[in-house]
Design a protein around this ligand. Structure first.
Ligand code: SF4
Length: 309
């Protein structure tokens, strides 16, 4: 490979040439070289659920689809503080509120910033936010409330994204990410695999996230949700997931590559193989609207795979 990061063409050539074990070994070496053996953990709370006017095909929260999920405007104060405390006690490194919708309204932003301020005053955990396509002023409000990481998924490649969502664009996302970087946030930009995209699309997602300056890339595996346009899409095989993630590591060698939603469907062996094949972080606890793995089982998996907390 020329340089530190593999190009898309180089990664595709490796895919054509090598078996899965060889790709995992290469990914593991790259991860050890650039990221060491500390695992990154984060956790999210759904702070606003459903009623979203956007039409993302995979998402349970879009008002365009009939999924029957719980809908609410904002998480109650005590529930958020309790979740924060549980995460802190479990030693999770980063805690994020996630809201449905294109972006947060002004009154809700004031409310969420008060929650963040209280959380920042308590200390002991890094604060992250995932609140859609915010403008500069709103991002600054979050920064002033003590949030230091901003999450905005790119979801897939630039060319595949318009097939999945028509109400906002890739460029809208990149604009928010750019502004977050300019303010000083660390940014987290991942996506979903298994939405009918090609391997090239997955690699382009990793490349775009790297180029956007992401420090971490959460990788979700689509859990087709009844009522969404992707409800009947065929699940991609485990081996394809493992190979894709190993190659994404080669394309984004220095980023934390996170297990995120949908990994509950993986066997223990597959999850362990991926922890030794490119992955070095995990979203733990419950994940938005899909069932997550239990935190203690995750810690056991990390130490089994040679990671330090
Ligand atoms: S992914 Fe976000 S913007 Fe898209 S429908 Fe779901 S909540 Fe709305």
């Amino acid at each position: 490979m020329a340089g530190e990061a593999a190009s898309i063409e180089e990664a595709l050539a490796l895919d054509a040439k090598y078996p899965t074990d060889a790709l995992c070994e290469a990914a593991d070496e790259v991860r050890k070289k650039w990221c060491g053996d500390t695992v990154h953990t984060c956790s999210i709370v759904n702070a606003r659920s459903g009623r979203c006017g956007e039409d993302c095909k995979w998402c349970a929260q879009s008002a365009h689809h009939k999924t029957g999920i719980a809908e609410y405007d904002h998480i109650p104060h005590d529930e958020m503080m309790q979740a924060l405390e549980t995460n802190r006690r479990l030693g999770i490194k980063c805690f994020s509120l996630v809201t449905s919708g294109r972006k947060v309204s002004a009154p809700h932003m004031g409310y969420f910033c008060r929650l963040y301020k209280e959380a920042a005053d308590k200390g002991g955990i890094n604060l992250c936010a995932s609140m859609g396509l915010l403008d500069r002023e709103q991002l600054q409000q979050l920064w002033d409330a003590g949030v230091r990481k901003y999450h905005c998924n790119l979801e897939t490649s630039p060319s595949y994204f318009p097939k999945l969502c028509t109400t906002h664009t890739y460029e809208d996302k990149l604009r928010t990410i750019r502004m977050a970087c300019e303010i000083g946030f660390e940014v987290c930009c991942g996506g979903i695999i298994g939405m009918g995209e090609s391997l090239r699309d997955r690699l382009e997602l990793a490349e775009q996230a790297r180029l956007a300056g992401a420090s971490s890339i959460p990788v979700n595996i689509l859990q087709p949700i009844p009522g969404t346009p992707l409800e009947n899409i065929e699940l991609i095989p485990e081996d394809e997931i493992i190979r894709s993630v190993a190659l994404m590591r080669l394309v984004a060698p220095k980023c934390t590559l996170h297990f995120a939603g949908g990994r509950a469907r993986l066997s223990h062996e597959a999850a362990a193989r991926m922890m030794r094949g490119g992955i070095n972080g995990a979203l733990v606890g419950d994940m938005l609207t899909t069932i997550g793995n239990k935190v203690n089982e995750d810690y056991q998996l990390f130490s089994e795979c040679g990671y330090k907390q």
